[in-house]
Design a protein around this ligand. Structure first.
Ligand SMILES: *[C@@H]1O[C@H](CO)[C@@H](O)[C@H](O)[C@H]1NC(C)=O
Length: 264
């Protein structure tokens, strides 16, 4: 039987060849939308020999926890004015897909252990163009971590080797314009993208006054035990099933006080 350690080591060895990617497509009503239509574009990693629009240069993860890139990706604010805003009905499933330019190759896979999480931050004054997310109050709406698989694999990361991440926009999310942030990471590589969404619905959701909103950069630190994983702990059989992603709790809208809207 493959152990977590060997799985993880395998990922590390494979990482040079396979393990970079970008969430460049929003999935809306089950359809993969065009690349960087609703998702903010990013710049190529400086110092790498790629053309300005070469998707491979945009794949590269952010490893600097203090960088503004932790919000929406490398210099994503530059693309705020050219990103379109997707109408999304609260309560529906939405998702992100890796760049289809790599379809059919091993770059079209999340070839990494680690969780995927999604956050929302309301745009002040409903103005997404001037909202870069670094001053956002982010609340978490999804955390896709591990699951138990019977045979032949042990417990595993749900997104491993997938090319899409899907989740629900909580039904009670107050209507308005938001940045929708997706992240997937493997210690310490962060793959982050943001979409512009206009959430439509009944709303009514209330986020508790003491909810510890995340900031990006800010909330995540490299020595967070949910980020820098100690494999001597997580490697034990069953341990990985108890993994909880970094950042605040997931807000599902289920504990809402109807009629009370929060102000983001
Ligand atoms: C993002 O917004 C903050 C607050 O308005 C500002 O201080 C910062 O310079 C902005 N960064 C970029 C890259 O636009």
């Amino acid at each position: 039987m493959k152990t977590f350690a060997s799985l993880s080591l395998f990922s590390l060895i494979a990482s040079e060849a396979h393990a970079h990617y970008i969430f460049s497509h929003l999935i809306l009503n089950g359809e993969v939308t065009p690349e960087f239509k609703y998702v903010r574009d990013v710049v190529v990693e400086p110092g790498f020999n790629y053309a300005e629009n070469d998707i491979k240069g945009k794949f590269r993860p952010n490893e600097n926890f203090d960088s503004e890139a932790m919000a929406c990706g490398r210099e994503a604010a530059r693309f705020a004015a050219t990103t379109q805003t997707a109408d999304v009905i609260a309560g529906q499933e939405i998702g992100f897909r890796l760049s289809k330019q790599m379809e059919g190759t091993t770059f079209d896979q999340i070839f990494h252990d680690g969780p995927a999480q999604a956050y929302l931050a309301r745009a002040p004054n409903e103005d997404l163009v001037h909202f870069n997310g670094t001053d956002g109050k982010w609340f978490k709406i999804a955390s896709i971590t591990t699951a138990h698989d019977t045979t032949p694999n042990p417990d595993f990361w749900i997104t491993y080797r997938k090319n899409t991440v899907n989740f629900i926009i909580p039904k009670a999310t107050p209507p308005g314009k938001y940045l929708l942030r997706i992240e997937h990471f493997m210690d310490p590589q962060f793959y982050v993208s943001c979409a512009h969404v206009n959430i439509i619905g009944e709303g009514g959701g209330h986020i508790p006054a003491d909810y510890p909103y995340a900031t990006f950069p800010g909330t995540y630190k490299y020595d967070d035990p949910a980020i820098h994983l100690d494999w001597s702990i997580w490697n034990k059989p069953g341990a990985l099933l108890k993994y909880v992603g970094p950042g605040p709790a997931v807000w599902t809208g289920e504990t809402v006080k109807r009629g009370v809207e929060f102000k983001a």
